[in-house]
Write a protein that binds this ligand. Structure first.
Ligand code: SF4
Ligand code: SF4
Length: 439
């Protein structure tokens, strides 16, 4: 990408490289239907922290009537990118494209403080690199197994550390032995299709049991599963945070890896990654070498719940009597429009009783790196969600995204509620295997 240039008014905030689309901005008729589902508006009741307010700020900046001041930027930094406003909007305003373009503009044109820069650099250097996350497992395992974590938490020592570090510690999952995912897993019965599996970064290293369950279920349902070892990060965290160059590079590499794998379909089980890879066609639209390949790649991507509900079930579902509260991940329900499929999978298991969490349209506060860079807002949203889950008397909470998994686990623990959180596919896997759900 060549360095973009700024034009016209001295207040002009955006450079010429894909500013937020005026056409999309003008579709907003200011009706306010999106306000009640916007988590930041729900928290603070501030117009400029609502979708309508943010679109207005984009319009002002586009027209040269507002500069990219720290305050202007703060309203976009607090946006979770949850896309609840898109689902609610009757005028079809594609806020996702607007916020993605705005964030990329901010990262290019707004000078962040040294502290912010270093923090963001650290997050991207670690959370988008499975090799580095794997290396981190050892000190973290030692921290948990030695009893140090229990001591630090018990004595309240975390309060002595910066908020960002506290947030990271609280989100850390209980580490288990890492499940190894074979590069190719054969179908257990006559092969119906050859599918590729996107392993994710955090999920691969810290929640590998979810990938292992996904492979077992797909194989039991007649799919040959290919999980290329050389796949890296899909770029989701970078896209959602405005780091365009890193995201483009990740997308190109991912496309190359899965072209070599020669699969009929690419399965995602992390909603944040899924919503990103489905948009590769848009992300790589300017790249003559990759634009068409990106569209083909994106067209093959499906969430695990979409793949399984499209197949006639082959594997027997054994009874699993339990009450399950299902949490809709924003990147599944709003960004991918997948709401009924996970419920359908769970309802197909004898004995499973589904409980709906009120305010299901509203984000739990996870949102990529949001809970690491905006811990106060994220905690407030997590606490709100935990209070809504508690009265449901569920034995387990199911969700389809590792970010929500970690956020809910941490929020429920903070509220003193010992309700385990699992991925939806782990419940289906336990039923097919005829084993108790491991929590
Ligand atoms: S993406 Fe979410 S947080 Fe951002 S404006 Fe829309 S509803 Fe609000
Ligand atoms: S619902 Fe849509 S049109 Fe109405 S204010 Fe929100 S974004 Fe604008």
């Amino acid at each position: 990408m060549t360095a973009p240039t700024k034009t016209d008014s001295p207040l002009r905030a955006f450079d010429a490289h894909h500013p937020p689309s005026a056409e999309i901005i003008d579709k907003c008729v200011h009706c306010g239907f999106c306000l009640p589902v916007c988590p930041t508006y729900v928290l603070w009741n501030e117009e400029m922290d609502s979708p309508r307010g943010r679109i207005y700020l984009m319009k002002l900046a586009s027209e040269g009537a507002a500069a990219m001041s720290p305050q202007w930027v703060s309203h976009f930094d607090t946006c979770l990118g949850c896309m609840a406003c898109m689902t609610a909007c009757p005028s079809g305003v594609d806020y996702g494209k607007l916020i993605e373009a705005t964030r990329a503009q901010i990262e290019r044109n707004h000078p962040r403080s040294l502290g912010e820069k270093l923090h963001r650099r650290f997050l991207f250097a670690v959370f988008t690199r499975p090799d580095r996350l794997r290396f981190l497992r050892w000190p973290l395992l030692a921290y948990q197994k030695s009893g140090m974590q229990a001591l630090v938490r018990g004595l309240g020592l975390l309060r002595l550390f910066p908020k960002q570090l506290q947030a990271m510690e609280m989100l850390m999952p209980k580490l288990q032995a890492r499940d190894r995912i074979p590069e190719v897993t054969p179908a257990q019965s006559a092969k119906r299709q050859r599918v590729g599996l996107l392993l994710g970064c955090v999920q691969r290293e810290f929640l590998s049991q979810v990938n292992a369950a996904t492979v077992r279920v797909l194989s039991a349902e007649g799919c040959e599963v290919v999980a290329p070892k050389e796949q890296l990060c899909c770029g989701a965290l970078m896209v959602h945070a405005g780091e365009e160059n890193g995201a483009l590079e990740s997308a190109r590499k991912m496309i190359e890896v899965f072209e070599r794998a020669n699969v009929d379909m690419i399965v995602t089980n992390a909603a944040g990654c899924g919503s990103n890879v489905k948009e590769y066609g848009h992300l790589l639209r300017d790249d003559p070498k990759y634009a068409d390949r990106a569209k083909v790649f994106a067209g093959k991507c499906k969430d695990i719940s979409e793949v399984l509900t499209a197949l006639e079930p082959r594997a027997k579902r054994n009874p699993l009597p339990m009450r399950v509260a299902f949490h809709d991940s924003c990147h599944l329900q709003h960004a991918q429009g997948v709401r009924t499929q996970p419920r359908q999978l769970l309802s197909g298991i004898p004995g499973v009783e589904l409980a709906e969490i009120p305010e299901s349209a509203i984000c739990c506060g996870s949102a990529g790196i949001y809970n690491l860079v905006q811990p106060n807002a994220a905690n407030a949203l997590g606490d709100r969600k935990a209070q809504l889950i508690f009265p449901l008397n569920a034995e387990v909470v199911a969700t389809g995204n590792p970010g929500c998994f970690l956020q809910l686990q941490s929020s429920l623990a903070r509220a003193g509620q010992a309700v385990p959180v699992v991925h939806t596919i782990q419940i289906l896997d336990a039923s097919i295997q005829g084993e108790p759900l491991s929590r």
